[in-house]
Design a protein around this ligand. Structure first.
Ligand SMILES: Nc1nc2c(ncn2[C@@H]2O[C@H](COP(=O)(O)OP(=O)(O)OP(=O)(O)O)[C@@H](O)[C@H]2O)c(=O)[nH]1
Length: 217
């Protein structure tokens, strides 16, 4: 599936109410990339203003090399007109709620609907994320309730914790695998004027001179 010298870029957003932990989850994932220095202890983040952007390269199970362009959106209502303008160019969306905050769970359908309303011809792949799973004593959303919501939306569900580094890689791997499958099945197509999926050229490594003096590349 991978053209020689190319790899894909998938554009993915994290959506959900303010303070559910989107930035913490994303920073934990980006900090886990091979070669990245260990994260600072503690993971308190200031509220996101508008939209922030991160990236991480990864390899899918099928061997495909992918660059993930990751968009962290502000959950607060006052930034909604900014964040909304980015939905159309996303191929994947993590819908994040806090397992200790019922309101954030109830708002998931609104977040889902907002993306569907702005969606172009291409399918968007969603994944429901119940975050802060380390807070078992104050949890108010059960796994079963979240699974029922996910099933009603026709999407997968996973729980995560940035604090315990629980399922952080798995959530992004699951989403990107599903995007790749949708690409293979033709549910998602590459389009010039759409930023959701792009093929990016990897610059060729400079050729090394062999001892004979002739270049072998
Ligand atoms: N216990 C626990 N707390 C977390 C976890 N992830 C984030 N938090 C805390 O939740 C609060 C909000 O986290 P953020 O990552 O800023 O949340 P956000 O969704 O990006 O918030 P906005 O930018 O306002 O939309 C912070 O105090 C974090 O330390 C987690 O996995 N477990």
């Amino acid at each position: 599936m991978e053209a020689a010298g190319c790899r894909y870029q998938f554009r993915i957003a994290l959506l959900g109410d303010a303070a559910v932990g989107k930035t913490s989850l994303l920073r934990r994932y980006v900090a886990g990339a091979p070669g990245t220095p260990a994260p600072e202890p503690g993971f308190d983040c200031a509220p996101t203003v508008g939209v922030e952007f991160y990236s991480r390269a990864m390899q899918l199970r099928a061997g495909l090399r992918v660059k993930l362009q990751l968009w962290d959106t502000a959950g607060h209502e006052r930034f909604r007109c900014i964040t909304r303008s980015f939905y159309r160019n996303m191929v994947g969306v993590l819908l994040v709620f806090d397992v200790t905050n019922r309101k954030s769970f109830e708002h998931i359908q609104d977040w889902h609907q907002e993306v569907i309303a702005t969606q172009g011809p291409n399918k968007v792949i969603f994944l429901l994320v119940g975050h802060k799973s380390d807070l078992q004593s104050t949890r108010c959303i059960s796994v079963q309730e979240a699974e029922e919501l996910a099933a009603s939306l026709g999407i997968a569900f996973l729980e995560t914790s940035a604090k315990n580094n629980y399922n952080v890689d798995l959530v992004f791997n699951t989403l990107t695998d599903a995007i790749q499958q949708a690409l293979q099945q033709g549910d998602i197509k590459l389009e010039e004027d759409w930023g959701g999926v792009r093929i990016i050229q990897i610059p060729k490594a400079p050729c090394r001179k062999q001892q004979s003096g002739s270049c072998q590349c």
